[in-house]
Design a protein around this ligand. Sequence first.
Ligand SMILES: NC(=O)c1ccc[n+]([C@@H]2O[C@H](COP(=O)([O-])OP(=O)(O)OC[C@H]3O[C@@H](n4cnc5c(N)ncnc54)[C@H](O)[C@@H]3O)[C@@H](O)[C@H]2O)c1
Ligand SMILES: [Fe+2]
Length: 376
Amino acid sequence: MYRFQLTTTLYYGPDSLSALSALSGRRVLIITDAFMATSQLMFQVREVLAEATIEVYDKVIPNPDVAAVAAGLAAFVAFEPEALLAVGGGSPIDTAKAVRKLALELGHRAEAGFYVIPTTSGTGSEVTSFAVITDPVTHAKLPLTSDDMLPDVAILDPDAVSTVPPFLVADSGMDAISHAIEAYVAVGHNDFSDALAEKALRIADTYLLRSYRSNQDVKARTHQHTGATMAGIAFQNSGLGIVHSLSHAIGGSFKVAHGRLNGILLPHVIEFNAGELGIRPGEISEVARRYVTLARSLGLSASSDRNLVLGLVGWVERVRRELEMPATITGAGIDPEEFRAKIPALAATALQDFCAEGNPVKATEADLTRILEWVA
Ligand SMILES: NC(=O)c1ccc[n+]([C@@H]2O[C@H](COP(=O)([O-])OP(=O)(O)OC[C@H]3O[C@@H](n4cnc5c(N)ncnc54)[C@H](O)[C@@H]3O)[C@@H](O)[C@H]2O)c1
Ligand SMILES: [Fe+2]
């Protein structure tokens, strides 16, 4: 028996913020960051919640740590909300998820629900039971998981992403691409997650660069927003892989955006998983065959399966280049010597990250070390 989880109700498209009117008359704690707290979006949220009693906790920092969660929890306990609403990118949403989990453990239910309004198109956090919290001592990024962290309602309003600057469209878009590709080959992949991952990738193929080039392209930003959520539902139900375990390890030690690291790692991980492209006719592995199917779904064609896998690698590299993202760790501004010195520790950390369990090819510490050397 298998399980495909569909917990979160999605409202999407223009005017979907009006779904918040269900919270009229309720006590609502909003968890957000300082930038979003003063945004036009928050003004619109306040308008819809005019009849609610609102408290705003806006101290979320990017890559939230345990202290940020503890402060959010203190705000929750002090206000005793009937509903929790996260507004922002992955950082406010993940903070709110961890706060919700801990509040439940302390007996605070907020029975009117857990709502999220994602303002970036990438993490998929609005539909997953994962939250990434940083350990302030070791700086490791800890992916936590609990069904209690699944939002009840996610609102995908195009207005929420109209202000995203190009570099953030790129970083979050590459995160969504890596969710789709990792979900498609992960050990837990299934027909449902395959459909969502494949479609999410085709949406990125059509709309990500358009989203990057113009925040006036509402159609592109709307579809890219939907696609990122689709990729989130896919990986929630199939797992991820070593792009994410390596990215979490590197991101814990060096200040580079998660999606940017994924973009550097993804082509190398595809090659590693496909057997470093030692594919001969009649000998193609199951995972390489899945990359071939994905390549075909993007409309790529080639004279051999090996070249189709290479085509998928080339597609990621082309999107990355057009998004003006770095191809190496050094290109991302990390000192190469400092990075190389940390490779053994990073490989050991990545091996322990639970995303590694989803990878279709079991990667040893030596394999992870080799990939880290490739990306340096
Ligand atoms: N839970 C998961 O499954 C999951 C998956 C991937 C990443 N993550 C985590 O999510 C976090 C990253 O999230 P993120 O990339 O969405 O960014 P973020 O939430 O960290 O925000 C980054 C910056 O962008 C700004 N911003 C957000 N929305 C904006 C908008 N609409 N317009 C203008 N500026 C905006 C924020 O104010 C902030 O300064 C990391 O902590 C990462 O580890 C979680
Ligand atoms: Fe991610």
